[in-house]
Every structure is written in structure tokens, then in C-alpha cells.
Ligand binder design. Structure first.
Ligand SMILES: Nc1nc2c(ncn2[C@@H]2O[C@H](COP(=O)(O)OP(=O)(O)OP(=O)(O)O)[C@@H](O)[C@H]2O)c(=O)[nH]1
Ligand SMILES: [Zn+2]
Length: 217
């Protein structure tokens, strides 16, 4: 079912420069009418960039726009935590979306929707042996509390209803499709495996069917 209509509040250009020297420019969008009241942001990336909304977004041959729906991870995205793969996935996504033209949605869904403090509570439980999903359940949350209604609202407000989704998480694609977004393809991200995040990545594959090709242990 199509979600309630949201509208664009502001669009503004932001030059991006990463620590490794990669640089590009994003057009950032904010919205009115998002159902959860969160301050979610869309970044349009790629060559179409200088043009305000209304100009054609570049699409793939099947007419789909490359879209990354990224859930906030303060520890990984900002501080460079190696407990997860969020930081490298964000960095990879910006460059890949910019290369083909498309949109990155940065959703304020810290901790798979449970918030930062609860995520850190969950980390403490993981240090006592629970996996990332059981730790959520032990705290009284769902294994994954994310709802992507706002993502569909943002895409539709940007005039996008056909996407190639950059993710390893089948649930993101299924939820967006159920919200009326035509998900033409699911494009996997790279595998950002380290010694520290290996258990976390393995749990995503085992428990939530993430399509990550991990080496056999
Ligand atoms: N509750 C909880 N959240 C976590 C944990 N580790 C990372 N996160 C959050 O998980 C979210 C990212 O989800 P992931 O499961 O890593 O990946 P995904 O978004 O489902 O899938 P991709 O699209 O492939 O990246 C971010 O909001 C992180 O803050 C954890 O151990 N517990
Ligand atoms: Zn993370």
C-alpha cells in the first residue's frame, strides 16, 4: 500500500570530502510529512546534481534509480567502530551512487530502530555471549525494529518509484515493494569483513538471510 504523501521542505548542496580524499557533491533534501516525525535526509548524488528537483535523475537501462537506504549507526558511521560494517558500507555507497547517479537515504534508525543507548546496552549483552539479534530480544525489542515507510515516502516525494536497491538485506527490498516501490533489482554491497566484525556479519547471514558472501570459517 502506498504510504501517506510527504513533501520536500528544503534542498541544498553539500560538498562532501572523506578522510581518504574522495570528494563529491550531494544535494541534500529534507521533508515535511514523514510519518514518524524523524529528521531523515536524502542525498542525491551524481552528475545530474547541479540541477534542482524536477530535472531528470539518471537511471539504469531498466529505468530504475540506484538507491541506498542506510540506517544510522553513530558508532560505525561517525566514530569508525569496527564492531559492525556500517562505516565502510556508507563510504562505499556514496561513491557507487555518485558514480551511477542516484539517491542515498540516511534514515535515523539507530540500532536497527531501538536507539543509541539501547544499542550500547545490546553491545554489553553481546560481550556476555548473545548474538546481535538475541541481545535485542533480551532487552524486550524485536530482532529488527525498522519500518521503511518513511523511505518510501521520501522516494515518492523525490519522484522515484522504481529502484535498484543497494543492500544485502532482503527485508528492506520486501518492505519497500509492499509500500508500492518497484524494486527492479537488489544490488549487494561489498563485504567489509574484519576480525572484529566477523561474528556480527555471520549473524546477519544466519539469522536474517543477508546476502553476504562470507568465507567459510
Ligand atoms: N540493535 C543493534 N543494532 C545494531 C547492531 N550493530 C549495528 N546495528 C545497527 O544496525 C543498523 C544497520 O543494520 P545492518 O543489519 O548492519 O545492515 P542492514 O541495514 O540491515 O543491511 P544493509 O542494507 O545490507 O546494510 C544500524 O542502524 C546500526 O546502528 C547491534 O549489535 N545491535
Ligand atoms: Zn553499525
Amino acid at each position: 500500500m502506498r504510504p501517506p504523501t510527504a513533501t520536500i521542505r528544503t534542498q541544498v548542496e553539500i560538498p562532501l570530502r572523506f578522510a581518504d580524499g574522495y570528494a563529491t557533491t550531494a544535494r541534500a533534501f529534507t521533508f515535511d510529512g514523514l510519518v514518524d516525525g524523524g529528521e531523515h535526509v536524502a542525498l542525491r548524488l551524481g552528475a545530474h546534481l547541479g540541477n534542482p528537483l524536477g530535472s531528470q535523475l539518471r537511471t539504469r537501462t531498466d529505468g530504475a534509480t540506484l538507491v541506498r537506504v542506510h540506517s544510522e549507526c553513530l558508532t560505525g558511521d561517525v566514530f569508525g567502530s569496527d564492531r559492525c560494517d556500517c562505516g565502510p558500507q556508507l563510504r562505499e555507497s556514496v561513491e557507487r551512487v555518485a558514480a551511477s547517479g542516484g539517491v542515498l537515504l540516511y534514515l535515523r534508525q539507530e540500532g536497527r530502530g531501538i536507539g543509541l543507548y539501547a544499542k550500547l546496552d545490546a553491545y554489553a549483552l553481546q560481550d556476555d555471549g548473545l548474538d546481535t539479534y538475541d541481545a535485542n530480544l533480551a532487552l524486550g525489542f524485536g530482532a529488527d525494529d525498522r519500518d521503511y515507510t518513511v523511505a518510501a515516502q521520501m522516494l515518492l516525494a523525490l519522484g522515484i518509484d522504481r529502484v535498484a536497491l543497494l543492500t544485502n538485506n532482503p527485508d528492506k527490498a520486501e518492505q519497500l515493494a509492499a509500500l508500492g516501490i518497484d524494486v527492479r533489482a537488489r544490488v549487494p554491497t561489498g563485504v567489509h569483513l574484519t576480525e572484529t566484525n566477523a561474528t556480527y556479519l555471520a549473524a546477519k547471514v544466519r539469522r536474517q538471510q543477508h546476502t553476504l558472501e562470507l568465507p567459510a570459517i
